[in-house]
Design a protein around this ligand. Structure first.
Ligand SMILES: Nc1ncnc2c1ncn2[C@@H]1O[C@H](COP(=O)(O)OP(=O)(O)OP(=O)(O)O)[C@@H](O)[C@H]1O
Ligand SMILES: Cc1ncsc1CCO
Ligand SMILES: [Mg+2]
Length: 260
């Protein structure tokens, strides 16, 4: 089982192609959870940094031609070395450029995990959904079916986040029922989850590790929300405190997961 102790002992280096909005949030989340974050922007060190990493995260939130090259260069090395790749198709429904960029990344790189909200994963599953920019938006599709369809299409694990998080390999599917509405109030909580997931599977590769990491992040948010029930910004700072101090006992007690 993935434990907090094993994550902290492993202290895996997690390489990030970040977006321009939330790199500090992502670095802090990885660091407080027990990983060692590093960001880069120059393609000339993509291979060198991937070589020293145990997990990579590609956030497609503000990609340009240079960052897309970084994703492909790092992803190819990660695939060759068996280093897990997490990709976040931020707002992929919004523009054709985002869709082309994701397709180019998918053509060159095999992903271990796609993590997105319902609007993003619905786009990848070819299911009609009214996404709202970076936010999930509205749709009446079944999120379990959508996540499974995307997992089959890209041959990888999918974590579809929201009020309930769906974690699937396309066959075995778990629903995580923990969380707090203030996650949605804060920009970048999904990006932070990407880093948490990479840190988890860099420590222990498997669907169960992804499920536990997803629940851990949501439980940290529940605890933060209990401390600051009416202060969404304080919630976000407290989320870091909770990530830094959460224990396996608390996770075991509070975790609400079921197979669907
Ligand atoms: N209404 C909610 N209730 C409980 N938990 C939520 C809620 N909305 C989101 N979460 C949690 O927030 C985290 C991020 O998921 P979310 O779907 O908001 O990502 P996102 O839309 O990609 O965010 P961002 O683009 O701002 O980074 C997940 O851990 C998820 O469980
Ligand atoms: C606001 C925003 N724009 C591009 S990425 C990002 C952060 C949420 O992913
Ligand atoms: Mg997002």
């Amino acid at each position: 089982m993935l434990t907090i102790k094993s994550i902290r002992e492993t202290n895996p280096v997690i390489l990030n192609v970040a977006n321009m909005v939330t790199p500090q949030h992502v670095a802090d989340a990885i660091n407080f959870y027990g990983g060692s974050p590093i960001m880069f922007t120059d393609e000339r060190e993509a291979a060198g940094l991937t070589n020293i990493s145990s997990g990579v995260v590609f956030n497609m939130g503000s990609t340009n031609e240079a960052t897309l090259r970084n994703v492909i260069a790092s992803g190819k090395v990660a695939n060759k070395r068996g280093i897990p790749v997490v990709i976040d198709p931020v707002a992929i429904g919004a523009t054709e450029l985002r869709q082309d960029n994701f397709a180019r990344a998918a053509e060159a790189v095999a992903f271990d995990v796609i993590r997105g909200n319902a609007g993003e994963i619905a786009y990848l599953a070819n299911v009609n959904w009214q996404a709202n920019g970076i936010d999930a938006g509205n749709g009446d599709g079944d999120v379990v079916a959508i996540a499974k369809k995307a997992a089959h299409r890209y041959h990888c694990w999918v974590v579809l986040s929201g009020v309930k998080d769906i974690v699937t390999d396309g066959e075995t599917t778990y629903c995580v029922d923990n969380g707090h509405p203030y996650f949605q109030t804060n920009v970048g909580s999904g990006d932070m989850l990407d880093g948490i997931l990479a840190t988890a599977i860099a420590t222990e590769h498997g669907l169960k590790a992804l499920v536990r990491a997803t629940a851990t992040f949501s439980i940290a948010g529940e605890l933060a929300g209990e401390k600051y029930p009416n202060q969404p910004a304080s919630f976000f700072v407290e989320l870091y405190n909770q990530l830094a101090t959460i224990t396996d006992e608390v996770i075991d007690t509070r975790m609400k997961i079921h197979q669907v």
